[in-house]
Design a protein around this ligand. Structure first.
Ligand SMILES: [Zn+2]
Length: 118
């Protein structure tokens, strides 16, 4: 019973948050000017300090990711130049950074394969 009530409260807060982010960050698509609705937003990460929100446009299909720093009330937005889905972005954002040595190891392995050109 308590869990159900908590979940409902979170959904309500989340919907309010989405409207807040539209007002605070972007009311319209940067590319085509179409207005955003709560259905165009998905929160990737959210804590007491900051939020990361994914914006997608119904009209031109462009996608942006915005960061919002709560204590300061400032935001920045950048286009998503990737074929990752929003679910994949959320999934990979929870992972830790890949060490540079691991990237170099994979690069060395691939460069030794005569079939692969890098
Ligand atoms: Zn658009």
């Amino acid at each position: 019973m308590i869990n159900k009530r908590t979940r409902r409260t979170k959904e309500k807060v989340s919907s309010d948050n989405l409207n807040f982010f539209i007002e605070a960050i972007a009311k319209f698509c940067d590319k085509c000017g179409s207005p955003y609705t709560v259905d165009n937003l998905q929160i990737i990460k959210d804590n007491d300090f900051s939020s990361i929100i994914h914006f997608s446009c119904n009209n031109c299909k462009s996608r942006h990711i915005a960061t919002f720093v709560k204590p300061m009330g400032v935001s920045s937005r950048m286009p998503v130049n990737s074929d990752l889905s929003v679910d994949e972005i959320a999934k990979f954002s929870k992972g830790s950074a890949i060490p540079v040595d691991d990237i170099l190891t994979v690069y060395s392995m691939l460069s030794k394969d005569p079939v692969i050109k890098i």
